[in-house]
Design a protein around this ligand. Sequence first.
Ligand SMILES: Cc1cc2nc3c(=O)[nH]c(=O)nc-3n(C[C@H](O)[C@H](O)[C@H](O)COP(=O)(O)OP(=O)(O)OC[C@H]3O[C@@H](n4cnc5c(N)ncnc54)[C@H](O)[C@@H]3O)c2cc1C
Length: 451
Amino acid sequence: MKEPARILVVGGGYVGMYTALHLQRKLKRALRQGDAQVIVVDPEPYMTYQPFLPEAAAGSISPRHVVVPLRRTLPGCQVVIGEVTAIDHAKRTASITTLASREEANGAIEISYDELVLAPGSVSRTLPIPGLADHGIGFKTVEEAIGLRNHVLGQLDIASSTRDPAVRDAALTFVFVGGGYAGVEALGELEDMARYAVRYYHNIVPEDLRWVLVEATGRILPEVGEELGRYTVRELRGRNIDVRLETRLESYEDRVAVLSDGSRFPTRTLVWTAGVKPHPVLSAVDLPKNDRGKLPCTAELRVDGAEHAWAAGDAAAVPDLTADQPGKECAPNAQHAVRQARVLAENVIASLRGEPLRNYEHAYAGSVASLGLHKGVAYLYGRKLRGYPAWAIHRAYHLSRMPTFNRKARVLAEWTLSGLFKREIVSLGSLENPRAEFELAAGTGRHPEAS
Ligand SMILES: Cc1cc2nc3c(=O)[nH]c(=O)nc-3n(C[C@H](O)[C@H](O)[C@H](O)COP(=O)(O)OP(=O)(O)OC[C@H]3O[C@@H](n4cnc5c(N)ncnc54)[C@H](O)[C@@H]3O)c2cc1C
């Protein structure tokens, strides 16, 4: 009997989930008849819709609704919850650590494949800044977004209850490093949320909060162009946010953020959103990498110089065929990732069938960014919008892009309800320590509030 063609998809994010979704649709019959197999591996059982993380941090969307369950969305595929730790492409095998293999202490399992789709995305690009790795936090995952929300609200509680002015100042100071859309949107949404929340604190006023945005270059939000970037700086400064351009974080030791302009901010919150780098798992893959550690790809989304290996998204260097200058690559964003996934799936199928492949080509359409409730900027097909209209377009655009009707409906319902009722302002930080109460009852622990 003929062996089924096995396609291994590493990563269930934008590229991984959408590639598997297209493969599932186009190979429906082959998958049913056992002529093909699609295996999707991801450490998490969900795809994260990252553009909604700032709204999740602000409490406008609940965390469950910014993620898409892989098992329900991909019933025709085999979903493995685990981490690919190494790939021996010469032998066409991948080593995977699953929750079970950790329990059984058996080490990694091996899966063989015929076609490999590599889409592990990116991780925060950190620098060797003293103290950063110990106390900084990124903003790439739903856990980080919700952790940050709880943390910010927790700081308001600390500030409200302390008698020490230094503790109060540090609790009410929030430093964000990196002025791309992740940093600016996260800061914009959280500042807006905290400004609202303090009306319920008897001894904090919005002017007590200090928000600082540190950006190494001379502009922020390059995704929306120079003019809207300048507008965003004015907008944020108008809200009393301290935007420091051409400034770098030098250190964050003992919870004091020291900047290159000499200023020092004692703070308990340092959010690092200064760019991304390809996922480190690529170092354990025997495929070519470029000088930035990305997988060099052809316009057909094959890994250049390798057979039966495909890649796209943040981990891949894909030539931008629409650019004026030769050698330019597609930017690492969702706009490209989703479109690349479709071409990638079609090309994998074409290659299995011995048909010609097609090139990936997409002219950048622009970007939208939210700066808090009812505030935003948008640059779409050459049109520049700001304020409420931009914010409304941001919401409409992302709602239309949110995968599955189920998630669209839930997000819309949440927005509608939050328009009718007051904003949520509770910190559920205790969720991160669910055994605390039981340990207290059993006499083996201390109540977290006591620490
Ligand atoms: C806060 C924020 C806001 C953003 N807003 C926008 C926006 O408005 N517009 C826009 O175009 N882009 C936006 N982006 C960028 C966009 O989300 C990314 O470019 C996109 O997610 C890249 O897709 P990807 O599939 O390459 O990676 P991801 O979507 O990150 O998926 C990678 C997947 O691989 C999995 N993985 C990692 N390692 C392994 C391993 N060893 N084994 C198995 N699986 C693994 C991960 O768990 C993850 O699920 C934003 C990003 C962030 C962080």
